[in-house]
Design a protein around this ligand. Structure first.
Ligand SMILES: C[S@@+](CC[C@H](N)C(=O)[O-])C[C@H]1O[C@@H](n2cnc3c(N)ncnc32)[C@H](O)[C@@H]1O
Length: 275
């Protein structure tokens, strides 16, 4: 039985409280993303921050991944032939950018409507992305392995982030690269990501984030280490509240990204200094 069916209590024989408790999928998060799913590709809708952030993170990923795999970042398709998993792909904003860089993208999400919208959009854009409803744990059970695993803006939406990160790590082949993006658990993130973004500026629907679910860089890096990965780079991400423009920053107090690799292959990167 897949982890998702267990979480939804849809497994044959009726719902199992144990299966729901063991799952790392939060039914309230699933319901919230289901409600918003139709708006994924509206650049002025509730997901505008992901649209605003996307060009920046795609540039960062292009540079980091091309270098890690000894490709030329200025090549039009520097990720050609790399097997890339986008965990929690949502409507496919990031998956499509990675496919446009040549990666062989597999996007998974626990929300069926997200996956349907992502698949339709990729087809209409002429991008060959494979989407599937499921979890990292489901892929582990199938012994899938990837050159690149992205887990971006997802761990703050699951009950046990460290568990999801360890599962994602184990999906990485030797020499592969994983990138995590999330929000730190600090006083600044409470002020900016909750009070500012949800209540004052109303950039996001109230309740989008719970501060207690935010994850510190130490917690992310500890989970990646537990999965056998070595951290190679980290950078903060900031947004200008007036212009709504995103940029990289040294400070990790609010949004940040961590790059790690499973040492031993061509992507055994040199320690990076970021941003
Ligand atoms: C804030 S969105 C980020 C979407 C995408 N990663 C991006 O950055 O554009 C979080 C996504 O994680 C998904 N999600 C929540 N829990 C998940 C889980 N346990 N496994 C996989 N995806 C999950 C949600 O359905 C939602 O699409």
């Amino acid at each position: 039985m897949s982890e998702l069916r267990a979480a939804a209590g849809r497994e044959p024989g009726g719902p199992s409280a144990v299966a729901v408790a063991e799952s790392n999928v939060d039914p309230a998060e699933v319901a919230a993303f289901e409600r918003l799913a139709a708006t994924w590709w509206d650049p002025a809708g509730p997901f505008w921050p992901l649209h605003g952030l996307n060009a920046l993170r795609a540039r960062y990923l292009r540079e980091r991944l091309a270098t890690a795999f000894e490709r030329d970042p200025s090549d039009p398709r520097p990720l050609a032939g790399l097997r890339l998993l986008d965990v929690g792909c949502g409507g496919g904003i990031l998956s499509e950018s990675m496919a446009a860089l040549g990666a062989d993208v597999h996007g998974i999400d626990v929300v069926a409507r997200n996956v349907a919208i992502a698949a339709t959009h990729a087809r209409d854009s002429g991008l060959p992305v494979r989407y599937e409803v499921g979890t990292a744990r489901d892929l582990l059970a199938r012994a899938e392995r990837y050159d690149v695993v992205l887990c971006m803006e997802v761990v703050e939406h699951v009950p046990r982030p460290a568990e999801l990160l360890a599962e994602c790590s184990r999906l990485l082949r030797t020499g592969g690269v994983m990138v995590v993006a999330t929000i730190n658990r600090t006083a600044s993130s409470w002020l900016m990501a909750i009070v500012g973004a949800e209540y004052v500026l109303r950039w996001l629907p109230r309740g989008t984030h719970r501060w207690s679910r935010f994850v510190t860089p130490d917690e992310v890096e500890g989970a990646l280490a537990a999965g056998g990965l070595e951290v190679r780079a980290r950078t903060g991400v900031r947004v200008n509240p007036l212009t709504r423009r995103f940029g990289l920053t040294r400070g990790l107090a609010v949004n940040y990204m961590v790059v790690a690799c499973r040492a031993g292959g061509s992507a055994d990167m040199q320690a990076g200094v970021s941003p």
